[in-house]
Write a new protein. Structure first.
Length: 414
């Protein structure tokens, strides 16, 4: 036992609302909101396949190690340790030193700290008070059984997550939600080789996995290099990274020669299979087809028949364009795409990709020297999208302090 205050268990509510895919403008990720450097310092591996900051058990151990070290540094003062976790130990140490020099108290409440930090510690204390005495404060908390829900299963090597989901009898979306640290379609070939599964699924999964030969758990493809090809070209073709190609083929630089063969891990299913249902539908809706694109927002009482008559298309086409069956019920507010031969009917509205657990809204404050290109590169988005999200016209310069909204896929951040 670590002997830490129980209130620490509530800290992820303040940090991330217990959302493993939470992501901040400062590139902090996971329920404990580690920035990349601090995560690495505390042993959280981060690469193309996997981000340990989103691995809930590992990140929790790392966060507790970090908090214990901060507690020791600030002479056993937990409030100062918590403030340091939020704003950095250097800033808190300087505030303590400044007060000591002036003969002032050096407790948390007496220090000159950023507004965010001044609210951070009281927020945790308030949440703790609510959890301890909810009825006295007029709050009703849901009852949660005090028993494990998940079991950690050692898979012994890399596995395609779609195959794992199939063997476990789970939707692919659930597999990603239970194992949020994995960035790609498969687990990291170098580990960790652990999957979190509902307890009732764990043993059937083990039995099903034992019947699958290890060499069939991930598909490998041999690629013969053609004249003029580079690792970058090949990586883009197979939707992988140059670093991964170098690693699995023991290539120490980026130079390759025509006629040489390399092996590449590839998904067993079409990559669209790995998206959530909503994101698969949006990807289908954004597929370019012949004609002019119209976005129709479903109104109460609308049917496929009504909409198809309005735009002079077939019901079967309308359903297919939107990844649906003609028998599916439509919901008010739902957006459908229609491909019309009439320019007059068409609007060039883009169907926004639905928010998924991996796609988070981030608010970024522009700093001196920032440019759209630099910000776009930092968050792995395009300048065009950055302009569209913020209604920015070409030729308009950014101003320090300006607030931008971005929608980032946290699995693509490093």
């Amino acid at each position: 036992a670590r002997g830490m205050p129980l209130e620490i268990a509530l800290l992820p509510i303040v940090e991330s609302a217990f959302q493993p895919f939470a992501y901040s403008p400062g590139r902090a990720a996971g329920i404990w909101q580690f920035i990349p450097a601090t995560g690495k310092r505390y042993g959280l591996k981060q690469n193309w396949w996997y981000d340990g900051r989103r691995d809930v058990p590992k990140a929790t151990r790392a966060a507790l190690d970090y908090l214990q070290r901060l507690h020791k540094r600030f002479d056993g003062d937990w409030l100062l340790a918590l403030a340091s976790y939020n704003t950095g130990e250097g800033r808190v140490a300087r505030a303590v030193k400044k007060n000591r020099r002036k003969g002032k108290p050096t407790d948390f409440w007496s220090l000159d700290l950023p507004d965010e930090t001044q609210g951070y510690v009281p927020k945790l204390l308030a949440i703790s008070a609510i959890v301890q005495k909810p009825q006295a404060l007029g709050v009703q908390l849901a009852s949660i059984p005090d028993e494990p829900y998940l079991e950690h299963v050692d898979i012994g090597g890399q596995i395609d997550l779609a195959l794992a989901a199939e063997l476990a009898g789970l939707p692919i979306e659930t597999m990603y939600q239970l194992n949020p640290a994995f960035n790609r379609w498969a687990t990291d070939p170098r580990g960790p080789h652990i999957l979190s599964l509902p307890r009732d699924k764990a043993q059937p999964f083990r039995e099903a996995l034992a019947r699958v030969d290890k060499k069939n758990r991930v598909r490998w493809e041999r690629h013969r290099i053609r004249e003029g090809e580079t690792l970058g070209h090949i990586a883009r073709k197979y939707q992988t990274s140059v670093a991964l190609l170098q690693e699995v083929n023991n290539i120490h630089d980026k130079w390759i020669r025509a006629g040489q063969s390399i092996i590449i891990p590839v998904a067993t299913k079409n990559l669209k299979h790995y998206l959530s249902e909503d994101r698969r539908r949006a990807a289908l809706q954004n597929t370019k087809r012949s004609g002019y694109k119209i976005t129709h927002t479903v109104k109460r009482g609308d049917t496929f028949w009504d909409i198809s008559r309005k735009y002079k298309v077939k019901v079967s086409q309308l359903a297919r364009w939107n990844g649906m069956s003609p028998k599916d019920a439509l919901k008010p507010g739902q957006r459908l795409v229609v491909w019309s031969k009439s320019r007059n009917l068409a609007s060039r509205q883009f169907v926004a990709m639905p928010r998924s657990v991996t796609r988070q809204q981030v608010h970024y404050r522009v700093r001196k020297g920032d440019s759209l290109a630099r910000i776009a590169q930092k968050f792995s988005v395009t300048v065009r999208k950055l302009r569209r999200w913020n209604s920015l016209k070409k030729g308009k310069y950014l101003q320090p302090g300006q607030r931008l909204t971005l929608y980032v896929d946290v699995t693509q951040q490093s």
